[in-house]
Design a binder for this molecule. Structure first.
Ligand code: 3H9
Length: 686
């Protein structure tokens, strides 16, 4: 039974039971509608408590139903019916009341919640606006500032903050249902507050809407939903209830099938699927209750911070006492910075550091569950670390390397019990970036790989399984992007043209600005290594820049010139001259924004197809997650593989073939050609 009713004297308790998150499927909507009708008709009932079983209140509309024809009863009608019920309804909230779930709660006369609960309208994150009165009822319950913040950012409010904002009538410290029934009984003794539809909307200060529009537009960049949500709240504050509801519904329906909403839904499901890969179904992960990091540089400190944030005790190992002190200082700087920015209290920052032990003595690792190596990218240095780890750690401890480019198989060569080894590739800064590439070797045990995924869940990161190749998934595509960007320069575009086009596409930075920020030397070092392996990486201009020590911002110039203490990129005559020399035998063409974007993004997709073909990635959506969470690909475009499919793979094939004809890209690979014929990517053969 998805919706059930029980009675405690004059109070009826309506319980939704629709695992996993009590989403408002058609059956739940129908069950709730039937419940209102039945309870209105039951003279013994004076008040109703609405609650849920499981870990959460109703978490929203069923996102899986969005692509399908809507089925009655429709959610706005259900919320309106609860609001018009003859008896007052009390929403008893645990977990999250989100989207349609919070809209149902707004239809209730009262809302109470346990302290750990949260409420919110996250629809903008899915490329839509609330569709069941959320934007209209919210400013009738709280101030316009709070309403605008909630609907345009999608950020939920915890129960106590929600209570301060007037969204929750009481925080129930003890048993939720008993407390809610007592609340309902007490409410019956007092005059009932008006339903939200009958209350006036909060007033806005002069100039509020104009300044809100500027703030929201700046934050949303090219995402459509936040500004549309703002327009809905404004209409709610300025028009009557019915007109505002109609406006919100119209906006919701217009956005529901939009390219951005489809892309954001794709990412929503891809992110959730990523934490539970089907190939590990039924595998019990090894337990991780303590961890250690080898190396206290930027990466090691970031990884240690992420693990402390998740509550794991951490041992930080460095070469000698001086290096231990520097590593601890790096870690302390992360927590102090978070405290300074108000992200954590200074007490919490102190507690985080208290859980870290710094030492140069490997013997301290005798009982840890997980060790992550984050030392210099040098095969011999890393091998030596693992030789020492294999000697001191428990036989079932997980040993992980954070290498970005080296072959984990070679790093692990010769260690005892190689089934405990795997690659865990974090992205810098590791305590911030969401992506975690999980790179098993042939010997890695399934429960060790599953522990990598479990760790990602603990650290609130997005795990993606990556096979072993140069650069794994993300950096392998990055290499293609960079080579492609150089081809554009050789054939007539400037670095500024390319960067501007990619920013217009939605990336936070263009490929040349990004290289100047990160430094050109790391990629040069990797190209050198690739050449010693007999490969021929393509970077004629970057190689010339590195030869004259133009490594980017840190050396005062790279692809651009920089003034001292100023990060503004300025076109460089030196670079222009090198481009002209290197490009003298290349056909020149006029590049416009759209063609620049196509000639960067479609080769990424082509490489993504090769990555699927050779099994480095198991799912096209995994490649999307890598690019979104590790490289700033706009989420609202759904990642490169989704974006390509949404545009039509036949169009991608045609464009790549044209570029290839002019020597400006590799031709489409077989896997892409086949996917275009099939009309979409399917998973790699396993
Ligand atoms: C909306 O409400 C529109 C209305 O305004 C208008 C309508 C007219 N639907 O995240 P988890 C699945 S828009 C369907 O790992 P957690 C999820 O795919 C909606 N499925 O759990 C996963 O499935 P599986 C606004 C959903 O405990 C499983 O539940 N609401 C939905 O870490 C567990 O998910 C939102 O955007 C859904 N709405 O976190 C809320 N939600 O096991 C989105 C989840 O098969 N949800 N699933 O892989 C969340 O933020 C989190 O799921 C929540 C729990 C915080 C609730």
């Amino acid at each position: 039974m998805t919706v059930s009713i029980e009675h405690q004297g004059e109070v009826a308790i309506v319980t939704v039971d629709n695992p996993p998150v009590n989403a408002l499927s058609q059956a739940v909507r129908q069950g709730l509608l039937d419940a209102v009708e039945a309870l209105d008709a039951d003279p013994s009932v004076k008040a109703v408590v609405l609650t849920c079983v499981g870990r959460t209140f109703i978490a929203g509309a069923d996102v899986g139903e969005f692509g399908k024809p809507p089925m009655p009863p429709h959610l706005p009608d259900l919320v309106a019916r609860i609001e018009r019920a003859a008896k007052p309804w009390v929403a008893a909230i645990l977990g999250s009341a989100l989207g349609g779930g919070f809209e149902v709660a707004l239809g209730c006369r009262f809302r109470v919640a346990v302290p750990s609960a949260s409420v919110g309208l996250p629809e903008a994150r899915l490329g839509i606006v609330p569709g069941a009165g959320g934007t209209v009822r919210l400013p009738r319950l709280t101030c316009v500032e709070t309403a605008v913040d909630m609907v345009t950012t999608g950020r939920p409010l915890g129960a106590r903050k929600a209570a301060e904002a007037g969204l929750i009538d009481a925080v129930i410290e003890d048993d939720l249902v008993a407390g809610s029934v007592a609340f309902a009984r007490a409410a019956l003794d007092r005059p009932l507050p008006d339903a939200l539809r009958d209350r006036p909307a909060a007033a806005a200060a002069v100039g509020f809407w104009e300044s809100a529009a500027k703030t929201v537009a700046a934050r949303a960049k090219r995402e459509e939903a936040p500004l549309r949500a703002l327009a809905c709240v404004r209409r709610a504050a300025e028009a009557d209830f019915e007109a505002a509801i109609a406006f919100e519904r119209e906006t919701f329906l217009a956005l529901r099938g939009s390219a951005q909403a489809v892309a954001l839904r794709h990412v929503f499901f891809a992110e959730r699927a990523a934490t539970r890969p089907p190939e590990l179904a039924g595998v019990t992960p090894r337990t991780i209750r303590s961890a250690a990091v080898i190396g206290g540089g930027t990466m090691g400190a970031g990884i240690a911070a992420a693990m402390r944030d998740a509550g794991l005790p951490v041992i930080l190992i460095e070469r000698d006492d001086g290096a231990v002190e520097r590593g601890l200082a790096n870690l302390r700087a992360i927590f102090d910075g978070a405290a300074k920015r108000g992200r954590m209290s200074s007490d919490v920052a102190t507690e985080r550091m208290a859980g870290v032990t710094g030492t140069a003595d490997y013997a301290a690792l005798a009982d840890v569950d997980l060790v992550i190596e984050a030392v210099f990218e040098d095969l011999e240095v890393k091998r030596e670390v693992f030789r020492r780890l294999a000697a001191v750690c428990r036989g079932d401890a997980i040993l992980a390397t954070n290498t970005s480019y080296l072959d984990p198989e070679r790093i692990a060569e010769g260690i005892s019990r190689p089934e405990r080894f795997l690659g865990l590739h974090f992205f810098s800064p590791a305590h911030v970036m969401k992506l975690l590439e999980i790179v098993p070797t042939r010997a890695s045990a399934p429960e060790v790989v599953a522990a990598g995924f479990a760790l990602a869940r603990m650290l609130n990161k997005i795990p993606v399984h990556a096979g072993i190749c140069d650069g794994f998934i993300g950096n392998r595509i990055l290499k293609v992007t960079r080579a492609q960007a150089e081809r554009l320069l050789l054939s007539g575009a400037t670095p500024a043209d390319v960067d501007a086009a990619m920013r217009a596409f939605g990336l936070p930075m263009g490929p040349f600005e990004a290289q100047d920020l990160g430094g050109l030397d790391i990629a040069a070092f990797q190209r050198k290594a690739a050449r010693t392996r007999g490969e021929t990486p393509f970077a004629p201009i970057a190689d010339r820049l590195c030869a004259i020590q133009r490594f980017g911002q840190k050396s005062g110039g790279g692809w651009y010139d920089y003034e001292p203490d100023d990060r503004t990129p300025r076109p460089s005559e030196t670079v222009a001259a090198i481009i002209t020399e290197e490009g003298k035998d290349w056909p020149r063409r006029d590049w416009d924004e759209a063609t620049i974007i196509d000639s960067i993004v479609w080769p990424m997709v082509n490489e993504g197809a090769r990555i699927l073909e050779d099994g480095t990635a198991l799912r096209a959506s995994d490649i999307d997650l890598v690019k979104i969470h590790g490289y700033g690909f706009p989420r609202w475009r759904g990642g490169p593989m989704h974006y390509a499919q949404a545009n039509g793979l036949d169009k991608v094939v045609e464009a790549l073939s044209t570029f290839a004809g002019g020597g400006l890209a590799d031709p489409p690979c077989d896997f892409l050609l086949q996917a275009a014929l099939r009309g979409g990517f399917s998973d790699a053969p396993r």
